[in-house]
Write a protein that binds this ligand. Structure first.
Ligand code: PEP
Length: 282
């Protein structure tokens, strides 16, 4: 009888240990998970944007073991900020310009973003690279400008499908990281978040297998270690982005070098993004 009880206790402990493994690993590393919701060109009205933010904030109220940031389109930043200002949901900008002011029609400065509550700014998202032709020089300047403004730069990088199939994911990531961080000092790295986003997995429903993503994250951390030293590499948050959903987030987050997710499509409904944020509560 005693043996049976001991066996049962051992099984329960083993199950509990494996289910908290992901979170514990990240806690051991001292890196707090960061979940970001990139709304891209959605929704279309202030009313829909503020409702989405309000509903989402309600669902993640009191969740303090994960940092949370949403990236609404620029015109909705202030109305959304007014809704989430007193909550645990932080504000992010999807883009910025590297100049402070002047004759730059259509541009948005880092000062303007900060003035409407923004704490994080995406730099180098693949849609900016591919559609708007942001190159590494411009991205490096944006990263620096965001940091100088006192905000956090979320530097997105990742390989295309052709590059992935050619086995070039490490090379592509290393080149983008080194070029885009070329102006960042070691002291400024505490204001940088990295987001590995394989282009072929963004908005396609194709998720990079968790073990492949882990291996790329580990490699990218080693690139940071070579440039800035191991202590800084151990602290830097590296998010994964590419078709993250409530169904796959737990497996992704169970990888020791994956410290959060950047979520596009699934951040557009309060319920699915809240489930992603609550990945370690099930
Ligand atoms: C993104 O926009 O950064 C993204 C990862 O999109 P999705 O989650 O839709 O693939």
């Amino acid at each position: 009888m005693m043996n049976k009880v001991l066996f049962l206790v051992a099984v329960i402990v083993a199950v509990m240990a494996s289910s908290v493994k992901a979170f514990t690993l990240n806690m051991m590393s001292g890196r707090k998970p960061l979940m970001g919701g990139n709304w891209k060109l959605n929704p279309q009205t202030t009313k829909d944007a503020t409702s989405l933010a309000t509903e989402f904030a309600k669902k993640v109220k009191g969740k303090t073991d994960v940092d949370i940031v949403i990236f609404p389109p620029h015109p909705f930043l202030f109305p959304v900020y007014e809704k989430v200002e007193a909550t645990n949901v932080q504000m992010g900008g999807q883009n910025c310009f590297f100049e402070s002011d002047g004759a730059y029609t259509g541009a948005v400065s880092t000062c303007m973003l900060q003035d409407v509550g923004v704490k994080y700014v995406l730099c180098g998202h693949s849609e900016r690279r591919c559609v708007f032709k942001d190159d590494d020089t411009a991205i490096a300047r944006k990263v620096k400008k965001v940091i100088k403004q006192g905000m956090n730069a979320v530097l997105c990088f990742g390989e295309t499908q052709e590059e992935y199939e050619a086995g070039l994911n490490h090379e592509v990531c290393a080149i983008q990281l080194l070029k885009d961080l070329s102006m960042v000092t070691p002291e400024e790295m505490s204001q940088v978040v990295l987001a590995y986003e394989p282009v072929w997995a963004i908005g396609t429903g194709l998720v990079c297998p968790a073990d492949v993503a882990q291996e790329v994250h580990q490699f990218c951390r080693s690139v940071i270690a070579k440039k800035y030293g191991q202590a800084i590499a151990d602290k830097v948050i590296i998010q994964y982005g590419g078709s993250v959903k409530p169904e796959n987030v737990k497996e992704i987050m169970s990888q020791p070098d994956i410290d959060g997710c950047l979520v596009g499509g699934a951040s557009l409904t309060a319920d699915s993004f809240a489930k992603i944020v609550h990945f370690n509560d099930q």
